[in-house]
Design a binder for this molecule. Sequence first.
Ligand code: ZN
Length: 209
Amino acid sequence: MGPIRAWVALSAVAVASVADGAAELRSPRLTVRVFDYARMPVRVLRYAGLQAAKVLRKAGIEPEWLACSPPSQACDAPMAGRDLVIRIVNRDPSGAGRAFARAIQPGDSPGVYATVYYGRVADAASRAGVSASLWLALAMDHEVAHLLGLADGQAGVMRAVFGRRDMDRASCGLLRFAPGEEEQLRAGMATRLAAEPIEAELASAAGTP
Ligand SMILES: [Zn+2]
């Protein structure tokens, strides 16, 4: 319980610089509600959030990760356009495939939900000799990008399958979205913000959830 609060606090520090309206205009804030059903080590989740935020920030997206296990009042609030949900579970209940994560992308409307299979992430990270938090961070960024409208790509974070070289680059902070993808991310975010009621915009600019 305590460590989870610490993760929230760390996230709050990370987004403190964009709590005012001016920063909001420069770098729109994306709120991701994280439900940890895998009961993973808190330090892994905390560092994954920090790593994932760094990559999104380079693309001009400022994320706020809300720890929702147990759910806080913010986690139960009505969803707005800028709100996404990531569920972290141990195993894919279908047992099918080898995907590390999946985003639910309904037809014409933007997706909201993604699921990360922590067991597969941890196993792959162990085999590759990298930290589970790093692999988890890339999986989170990849799925957030799908929910913002990106498809799989040939390089960087949107590669469908990560390789050893990707992980080496990620370890050095060099793995990011491709330039064209970063533009798509910002466009996807803008579309979501445009769909929000004006009341939500004003509340966000005032620094209230
Ligand atoms: Zn993908």
